[in-house]
Ligand binder design. Structure first.
Ligand code: UDX
Length: 438
């Protein structure tokens, strides 16, 4: 079986490599020549555990190919996945120009029946737009070739994407064509070791499923952040409340960890986009608007605590910041709370010494540049700093040597944006600990 994956971003590259890993012939296509050349030479455009290994292995075996020629790649492909970017436009809605350009080119160059499956997170009704673009391109060349469109959203978590792809808890496929359904079933068969994980449905429902999943998860987080802030005011401990409610299986233990707000490439963008879809259809998604507002505010909570401790004017103070990426195990800085926190600290006159196990290059080049200084390790960041700020809960920050930190820091103060340290234990060591809702 041969397939084409268009777009070698996060979703496209992981999907292409994983399909190749189970024996499918995959051509990954991108318009970015440099990226394609890099991939041929084993240079990964993103950091993702396990990815480099499977890309290299499958490229060497010939099952995974890289190309800039979409027209050539789709010849003989039973499926073409569209996994190109859908950046938020100025009004917050997903910009479909790249998706539709790919659809148009497929229509212009296909020579046999093909399933065109959208993997990018796209608003409801995009399936129809993709279908119309392919149809128009076929009509232009007076072709009567047939094709099917499908919606196959991904549910990959950054940092665990390969694992999520190889062992999915569900595969959602929206199709309205029997032949396409059979092809997609065959394609995904190798990933269903523990029974039937495919949920077939109509295309708009598959498109809605992706947004609803992310919006629901974002809701859990904002809900818990809101509750954590109240816990603090009433003298309750949000960690205890979290454990107390999480043991009810209807609520569940996951995604109820209070913190400095959610970030990344999906939640902020998807919550905005679904609110926008609602508006387009004259429906006000009130809960999700609140989810977004709470998250925006939550990114400021740590600095509020800092100002309460040190006063509004932070000039002359230096803060060690542990963690820059929006979550651990990724170098992704998109919508990272760290960016908001750094800007606010600098605005108030403070200096920031940052350290992140993986994301420093990304931070330096694109997101916070020279606004902060970068430290060679976690301890180095604390030299002469007035307080420690924990922003991203990387494993290496979990059990630091408090003894060493006490000596390096000017003040024994910790602002723990992810509640990974124990207030009582730190108090015994002479540290003041500020957490979220604890
Ligand atoms: C998410 C979805 O999990 C994935 O299924 C979808 O396909 C893409 O979006 P990802 O963006 O990689 O994946 O991040 P995720 O691990 O879900 O975390 C999102 C954000 O929520 C992070 O900023 C994280 O720190 C925050 N978070 C998560 C919390 O603040 N509290 C929690 O309890 C869980």
């Amino acid at each position: 079986m041969k397939i084409t994956v268009v777009g070698t971003g996060y979703v496209g590259l992981v999907s292409g490599a994983c399909f190749a890993e189970v024996g499918i012939n995959v051509v990954c296509v991108d318009v970015d020549k440099k990226k394609i050349e890099g991939l041929k030479n084993g240079i990964m455009p993103i950091y993702e555990p396990g990815l480099e290994e499977i890309v290299k292995r499958n490229y060497a075996s010939g099952r995974l190919q890289f190309s800039t020629d979409l027209g050539e790649a789709i010849q003989g492909s039973e499926v073409a996945f569209i996994a190109v970017g859908t950046p938020p436009g100025e009004d917050g809605s997903a910009d479909l120009k790249y998706v539709l350009a790919v659809a148009d080119e497929i229509g212009a160059k296909m020579s046999d029946y093909i399933v065109v499956a959208t993997k990018s997170t796209v608003p409801v009704t995009t399936g129809e737009k993709v279908r119309a673009a392919i149809k128009a391109a076929l009509e232009k060349r007076n072709s009567d070739l047939t094709f099917a469109v499908a919606s196959n959203p991904e549910f990959l978590k950054e940092g665990a994407a390969v694992e999520d792809f190889m062992k999915p808890d569900r595969i959602v496929i929206g199709v309205d064509d029997e032949r396409a359904e059979e092809i997609m079933k065959r394609l995904y068969k190798p990933f269903q070791l523990n029974g039937d994980r495919i949920i077939f449905m109509d295309i708009p429902s598959a498109e809605m499923t992706k947004y609803t999943a992310n919006a629901m998860l974002a809701t859990k987080i904002s809900f818990m952040n809101d509750i954590a802030n109240l816990c603090e005011l009433v003298g309750a401990n949000a960690n205890m409340v979290r454990k107390g409610i999480g043991s009810d299986p209807r609520i569940g233990t996951k995604f109820i960890y209070p913190g400095v707000g959610y970030g990344g490439s999906c939640f902020p963008k998807d919550v905005k986009a679904i609110i926008k879809t609602g508006k387009q259809y004259g429906y006000d998604l009130k809960v999700l608007q609140a989810v977004e507002d709470v998250n925006d505010a939550q990114k400021h909570v740590l600095v509020k605590k800092i100002k309460k401790h040190f006063g509004e004017d932070l000039s002359g103070l230096t803060f060690a910041m542990w963690g820059l990426s929006f979550k651990p195990n990724t170098d992704d800085m998109r919508e990272s709370p760290a960016i908001v926190i750094i800007d606010e600290l600098i605005e108030a006159g403070a200096k920031v010494k940052g350290y992140d196990p993986i994301a420093m290059e990304e931070a330096q080049h694109i997101y916070v540049g020279g606004k902060i200084t970068y430290s060679k390790d976690a301890y180095d960041a604390c030299v002469d700093a007035d307080a420690l700020l924990l922003v991203t809960e990387w494993s290496e920050f979990r059990i630091p040597s408090w003894d060493a930190l006490g000596k390096l820091l000017n003040g024994k103060v910790v602002f723990d944006g992810r509640n990974i340290y124990d207030k009582k234990y730190l108090a015994e060591l002479g540290f003041v600990h500020y957490g979220i809702g604890v």
